[in-house]
Design a protein around this ligand. Structure first.
Ligand SMILES: [Fe+2]
Ligand SMILES: [Fe+2]
Length: 135
């Protein structure tokens, strides 16, 4: 069983967003596999970078949707996004300094943050924007 299993409960009802969430979950699982296999620092660096880049792409996608459909909670939601990217960047900096910080605790944090964010904040915007035409 994967470390972070995608289940239909995580669906927000917008296919494009669900696909992006599944990809983010895959990246977290691959990071978990790499840590479990004791892969080297360069591999983890590349994986954190890929996770950060795709996280940014996904967040920008959601935030563009907030503009198009005039989502009232856009600012608060974007702040939460910003904080998560900051957290990944902080890990990357610590990793670059040679701290052995990509471990179970970080992986559990990434998993719980993303799953809570999808279940609460993302589902909330989807419920508001789907009736306005978001697909
Ligand atoms: Fe979000
Ligand atoms: Fe999301």
């Amino acid at each position: 069983m994967a470390f972070f299993e995608w289940t239909p409960r995580l669906s927000v009802g917008i296919d494009s967003v669900d696909r992006q969430h599944r990809l983010l979950i895959n990246y977290i699982n691959e990071l978990d596999d790499a840590v479990a296999q004791g892969r080297g620092s360069a591999v983890l660096k590349g994986m954190l970078e890929r996770l950060r880049n795709y996280t940014r792409v996904h967040f920008a996608y959601e935030e563009a949707m907030f503009q198009v459909y005039r989502y009232e909670e856009a600012n608060d939601h974007a702040h939460a996004h910003h904080a998560f990217v900051g957290m990944i960047e902080d890990c990357e900096r610590r990793h670059a300094r040679g701290e052995n910080n990509v471990g179970d605790e970080l992986l559990k944090y990434l998993k719980s943050w993303l799953s809570d964010h999808i279940l609460i904040e993302d589902k909330t915007y989807a419920e508001v924007l789907i009736p306005r035409g978001a697909r």
